[in-house]
Design a protein around this ligand. Structure first.
Ligand code: PRP
Length: 180
């Protein structure tokens, strides 16, 4: 059977999101960055982050896909499910991710964005599974460096389950017991 082990409580996450917001505000004083969320996992983190930011921001989203349903490992292929709705040309873009694992999704997104000529691109992720990197990617703002466990909660899912949990948990045990 699979079980959940708490990794970060809602209070710990709140403190880290506040710190990230203060760093971003300092770096973008007098600017209006475009926060670009990578759906779906970013939705909880991004909602909390924007409400802590005391600078004007624009928002947009992309939906990239790198994991298949019911899988706990990346397939190593990335595709765009839903692209940008606004122009990023000459804008200061901050990519908002819930987690960076192999780096393949972010690597793909950076290339996709660079072709659209933004003025700058930075990356903000709540969780960094740095030991699992397959491709090196630049990260400017990191909430927590995390171990190589399958993580759920605070936007992260296992086959669309657990996104609603207010903390971040390691999903342990027999994951196959969760597959339908
Ligand atoms: C997660 C996460 C990142 C990506 C990171 O998305 O939101 O976009 O995986 O993994 P990588 O560094 O190995 O590429 P996922 O594909 O699980 O989709 P979701 O956000 O819709 O849950």
């Amino acid at each position: 059977m699979a079980n959940l082990q708490i990794l970060f409580t809602p209070e710990e996450i709140d403190a880290v999101v506040t710190k990230l917001a203060r760093s971003i505000e300092k770096d973008y004083a007098g600017k209006k960055p475009l926060l670009l969320g990578a759906l779906k996992g970013c939705f909880v983190f991004m909602a909390d982050l924007v409400r802590k930011l005391d600078i004007p921001v624009e928002l947009d989203f992309v939906k990239l896909s790198s994991y298949g349903p019911g899988r706990s490992q990346s397939k190593g292929r990335v595709s765009i499910v839903h692209g940008l709705q606004c122009s990023v040309k000459a804008k200061d873009v901050i990519i908002i991710e819930d987690i960076i694992d192999t780096g393949l999704t972010l690597d793909f997104l950076l290339e996709y964005l660079q072709a659209k000529k933004p003025s700058s691109i930075r990356v903000c992720t709540l969780l960094d599974k740095v030991a699992c990197r397959k491709v090196q990617v630049p990260i400017d703002y990191t909430g927590f460096v995390v171990p190589d466990s399958f993580l759920v909660g605070y936007g992260l899912d296992y086959d669309e389950r657990y996104r609603h949990l207010p903390g971040v948990y390691a999903l342990e045990g027999e994951l196959s017991s969760l597959d339908d």
